[in-house]
Design a protein around this ligand. Structure first.
Ligand code: SF4
Length: 181
């Protein structure tokens, strides 16, 4: 299992930690937060609610995995109003998740679940907006919040800071799995 954590750090994670299942904090309340659509992706991205399915089923899926790795990336932004910087940091995090995903496919024996920051970020405009099929179904990753993960409380339970300094933005990802090779 340590190889997966080491790979996360090699691929650009600031920190990463393994979690016991009970350290993953879940809440169905996140579906209402997504539905308020403050990010603009609700119903406009195949990897966001409601397209990913009912939250109770997704939280049950999270609970099925005995092991998980939580990782975070930290990026510099100009200030707390730097929306472009935050979006660029989200893109960088999504790319890091993709690199780690490729290694996880080799390291993990059985199918695994990989959740990352919201909004997918793989295409400039999600195909969902034109009601067309996902262009990269083998690579697109859903978000932690979409599956009901309370990232703030889960990070705290893992000893990872949710905020990592002035003029930085922190994003999280999690790989849930059963066994390693
Ligand atoms: S890969 Fe592209 S089409 Fe598929 S969910 Fe992500 S952004 Fe949308």
């Amino acid at each position: 299992m340590k190889e997966l954590l080491d790979e996360a750090l090699r691929q650009g994670a600031f920190k990463a930690a393994f979690l016991q299942p009970e350290q993953i904090m879940l809440s169905a309340d996140f579906r209402a937060i997504c539905a308020s659509n403050q990010c603009g992706s609700f119903g406009r991205c195949w990897m966001c609610p409601p397209s990913i399915g009912p939250i109770d089923a997704l939280m049950a899926e999270v609970r099925r995995y005995p092991h998980s790795l939580l990782y975070q990336t930290v990026s510099a932004i100009e200030d707390s109003f730097d929306i472009e910087g935050m979006f660029a940091a989200g893109n960088a995090h999504a790319q890091m998740s993709q690199r780690l995903h490729a290694h996880a496919k080799v390291l993990l024996k059985a199918p695994f679940l990989h959740l990352t920051c919201g909004g997918c970020h793989l295409c400039a405009v999600c195909a969902k907006r034109a009601n067309e099929p996902c262009r990269h179904p083998d690579h697109a990753l859903p978000s932690l919040e979409g599956y009901g993960v309370d990232v703030y409380r889960t990070a705290a339970s893992a000893g990872l800071s949710y905020v990592n300094g002035q003029n930085t933005v922190t994003y999280f990802g999690m790989i849930l799995f059963g066994e390693c090779v």
